[in-house]
Design a protein around this ligand. Structure first.
Ligand code: NG6
Ligand code: CA
Length: 502
């Protein structure tokens, strides 16, 4: 009898430890959209476009209204997300050319590295844009490393940079997919290579014209930033990209459903060039930008369906966010401006991608984990830079003091246990202008940078004078109240300085 009790007790204990393990080590799927604005999806107030799959995640999870990417452009946001360190602390973390060397040091703790240490299988699928290879640059025809695998990802299937930058090929782990060794690939960001036509010289060959930049090698009827030649069998087809990346994501989930897994699914949508699959082309009535939003929503739907089908929904922490705010004309003639039809990509916010105004970094941010995160809305101030320390805490991993210096444990806010978020958040605009939000206040440091990005028609938020906005009374940052509140300006400037000099 006693013996039986002990056996049953041990058995129950084992079950319990499995249960608690499952609770503290949920699978994590981070769907990181590109250039998706605060107002671009219907659960954040868009009325001209419907995003039912993203909305469902919002309805079943927590929708944050005050969540921030670290930067208003891609590379520094991703750098901060994966390292827990503000990108502005490190030189060379601006928009990376497609042949840049890997910009994340391989000897520092990373977000996937921490999860790998906790027993996760980790993958990076989609846009990379953080450089690849040694200082001399990537060896496109050989082994491309260091890269994601050297940073803690178990598996990677990536676009080396962006959809609008060469080389237009997928890299799986250390190799370009489908590369024929008899047709080696060459890449240059300084001078033409080979004799492939460029958009500048042969606009008649383009299926979508460029509006600014993007006039170099033509791939799949679209001219890109940078020159490439060769690698013909390896080139991607833009219209299939969402299918390919979503397919790889689901394959990874299926293959790793038994162990905890982490997927960093960095979609190409809704970045330029916007060439959605024919299933979505023309469907939004807003031109390719709107169609790309529908395609992004489809990607989310496919991933959530896969989680349902595999019985993983309740044991998966699903996060959806964006690397920076919205841009309408980002360099191609794709009717994005003409067909907006009253849609407001930034919702009530001012500025957009590139900007120090809030639309640059305040982005959609959804967290779903049934049974653990109560559905609703949270106004807590949160930052993507905190995901690293928060995931470390959640999975019982410790960080050295030199690791992830800017990442704070925000688990309670992220999981909706409190509406009390970060004490402050720092935002970085293109050109390096920093802003700080604390409570209702937002301070933008003085800057001599341009006020307007003329090409994209974005207000950049630069001003030689200090700017202070009361975000509660003036979410659209229309009225600079710095002169009326010198004390607050000085406090925020000092706080910003102290973080900068930390
Ligand atoms: C800019 C590109 C823009 C986009 C951006 C990076 C030009 C004129 N503009 O330099 O199209 O590629 O870089 O976007 O080339 S991001 O989302 O990856 O930061
Ligand atoms: Ca981006």
């Amino acid at each position: 009898m006693n013996h039986n009790r002990i056996v049953i007790g041990t058995f129950l204990l084992a079950i319990w430890s499995l249960v608690t393990q499952a609770q503290t080590k949920p699978n994590i799927v981070l769907i990181y959209a590109d250039d998706l604005g605060f107002g671009d999806v219907s659960c954040y107030g868009a009325t001209k476009i419907k995003t039912p799959n993203i909305d469902r995640v919002a309805a079943e999870g927590l929708r944050f209204t005050n969540a921030h990417a670290s930067s208003a452009i891609c590379t520094p946001s991703r750098y901060s997300l994966l390292t827990g360190q503000y990108a502005w602390r490190k030189k060379g973390t601006g928009i990376a050319p497609g042949d840049a060397a890997l910009i994340i040091p391989t000897d520092k703790q990373t977000l996937p590295g921490i999860l790998q240490k906790a027993g996760y299988k980790t993958s990076a699928i989609g846009k990379w844009h953080l450089g690849l290879g040694p200082q001399s640059g990537p060896d496109w025809n050989g082994e491309i490393k260091p890269g994601p695998l050297e940073l803690g990802f178990t598996y990677s299937f990536i676009l080396p940079a962006t959809g609008d930058r060469v080389p237009c090929v997928y890299v799986e782990n250390h190799r370009i997919v489908g590369l024929d060794s008899k047709d080696p690939i060459q890449v240059s960001y300084t001078a033409p290579v080979g004799n492939e036509p460029t958009g500048k010289e042969h606009p008649e060959l383009l299926k979508m014209n460029y509006s600014h930049g993007h006039d170099q090698t033509i791939v799949n009827g679209v001219s890109r930033i940078g020159y490439m030649s060769g690698g013909k069998t390896a080139r991607w087809v833009d219209e299939d990209m969402a299918d390919v990346l979503t397919g790889k994501t689901i394959q990874f989930i299926e293959a790793n459903q038994k162990s905890p897994f982490f997927v960093y699914f960095a979609t190409h949508d809704i970045h330029v060039p916007r060439l959605p699959n024919s299933r979505f082309a023309g469907k939004s009535g807003m031109g390719p930008r709107g169609d790309a939003i529908l395609q992004l929503d489809w990607c989310v739907g496919e991933v959530t369906k896969a989680l349902d089908r595999l019985g993983l929904k309740n044991n998966t922490l699903l996060i959806i966010s964006s690397d920076n705010g919205p841009v309408v004309d980002d360099g191609y003639v794709d009717q994005a401006v003409e067909k907006l039809n009253g849609h407001k990509p930034a919702g009530p916010l001012r500025g957009g991608k590139y900007s120090a105004f809030d639309a640059g970094t305040r982005v959609p941010f959804l967290v779903r984990w049934p049974g653990h995160v109560k559905a609703g809305t949270s106004d807590a101030l949160v930052s993507q830079v905190d995901l690293l320390a928060s995931f470390a805490a959640m999975t019982g991993q410790s960080l050295d003091s030199a690791d992830a210096p800017d990442s704070f444990v925000s688990t309670d806010a992220l999981l909706g246990k409190t509406q009390q978020g970060r004490n402050y958040v720092i935002e970085q605009a293109i050109g390096g202008t920093l802003s700080i939000i604390k409570g209702n206040w937002k301070y933008i440091e003085p800057s001599d940078g341009p006020k307007l990005n003329k090409e994209t028609n974005t207000e950049l938020g630069n001003d030689p004078q200090p700017q202070l906005y009361d975000l509660k009374a003036d979410q659209g940052e229309k009225k600079n109240v710095a002169e009326q509140n010198p004390q607050i300006v000085s406090e925020l400037a000092i706080l910003l300085k102290s973080v900068r000099e930390k």
